[in-house]
Design a protein. Sequence first.
Length: 609
Amino acid sequence: MKKISSASIWLVVFVLVILASLTLLETNKKVDTLSVNQFQDYWVKKQIKSVQVREDKTVEGQLINGTQYETIVPLSRLMQVMDKNPNDKVTETYVKPASMPMWLQIVPTLLIILMLVAFWFMYMQQSQGGGGGGNRGVMNFGKSRAKIATPDKKKVTFDDVAGEDEEKDELAEVVDFLKQPKRYLEAGARIPKGILLVGPPGTGKTLLARAVSGEAGVPFYSISGSDFVEMFVGVGASRVRDLFEQAKKSAPCIIFIDEIDAVGRQRGAGVGGGHDEREQTLNQLLVEMDGFGVNEGIIMIAATNRPDILDPALLRPGRFDRHILVGAPDVKGREEILKVHSKNKHLADEVKLDVLAKRTPGFTGADLENLMNEAALLTVRNNKNVIEMLELDEAVTRVIAGPEKKSRVISEKDRKLTAYHEAGHAVVMKYSPLSDPIHQISIIPRGMAGGYTMHLPEEDTSYTSKLKLKDEMVGLLGGRVAEKLIMKDISTGAKNDIDRASSIARKMVMEYGMSDKLGPISFGNDHNEVFLGRDLGKSRNFSEQVAFQIDSEVKDLIGEAYAKAEKILDENIGKLHAVAQELLLKEKLEGAEFEAIIARTESDEIELS
Ligand code: ADP
Ligand code: MG
Ligand code: ZN
């Protein structure tokens, strides 16, 4: 707020100065008002240099000695004088076009001022939108916007970063160096200058970097890559210069560049050639990084989720040469993160965070934080004081799929279609041996989806086998097969399933080398086009013939999965009906309820036969 008021004070001063100088200019013109006799006097003495007729027919002009004069008598009276005494000294006698009123004359000036003001506000807006504090305004255009978080501010430590023990171990050395650089200097050790934190969004990269500075108790200069990329050419580069200047003064310290991909994208790439401004900024960054010595006490940390598009020069030894992967947490990590974020919340005794952690595979730290927050919000909405499993469960689904749209009106036919579609998934998954157990089935629309069937692995795995992938495709196609079987027609609702099944099949053939015919070879290049960042399009490293084979292999895989799904549903049509009917009734089935229906129908079928 302080920024804005000081800016507006400047603005007011600016406008006042302009107005004052305008009036001064006006009054500075000393104007002599001449009577007819005086005019005649000057005229006869040939002292009059110019005569201009004003709109109101009076006259103004200049004397030979430079003084401005005017008359209040009309031209017609003066003409008599002039006619009687021809005067060749007069340089100009013309009728001035209708002179503009004073207020019209200042319109252009006003426009310019207005434009300046608009420009100013645009700049202010932009710099505020860019996130970040610091004092900035027009007066410090090129100044870096690094936010300085000094050690005494709300300190983030490694305790706030749950899980991620390997990452913390790697960073512990840096912390130690920042705390006692002397020891390292004496031992002649070289500490890495630049550390690149690589990982998907929300995994806690920013948090880790902050924790390093908190642990070491050194200043933390944080700036986001997009802050460098400005609309004014040259500003980015000067920001970089300024940032390093500041940092050097307060070494030991940490410079943190968040989202470095915004500025560090490979040079000379992208649609329509490079972005000159960005390249200039990147060059400056490289120069500065080389400019400070190895053990000067400045550690640069950068974070990105797109290391593949970074300029290789950034990753060279002596720059960001140490990479730390910050991945999505595992079960244990998730439990710990949940613990951190439930510290200031009231949880019911029945709540088991380890159970919750098991239910949230693939959740990042940010997702988990969001989950706890959603649960707290739901608790308030439900007029409760403590968060129970009910809220947490709903929050999980909310984070995955967005809030339930209970109010959306769905036709009975669509409901039936969705119910059979989801039941189809569930039954097929149930009878594909390698599929994960069903966790929840719902036909309540969420986000874009009309319904969903959630199946969760019992444990986190890093590798997936071929048979498991095949079973996954079978499960995905189960929805479509059920539609066909029951409704005798198919719908667009299966688009997402089909996309995913196709992508699995294609990856199995092209990337995982799982095709019997083509063998363990990977096809296509490994860098996908990154928003056209590196390569325009994909280069193909195989022939037309192989392309044909790939297509036919993919087709075979899908065909096989489809046939298997059909077979399963054919054999278990009673269960499909039972599950679908129950879904239509209850809209949502938990894993256990689903299992109960399957068991019940199974025993019914045995009795019947
Ligand atoms: P990134 O920079 O990787 O996108 P952030 O560091 O901004 O992610 O994390 C976003 C939020 O998620 C953090 O503010 C924190 O609340 C939460 N979070 C992420 N990872 C963790 C973790 N390991 N422990 C605790 N909280 C975490
Ligand atoms: Mg971040
Ligand atoms: Zn589906």
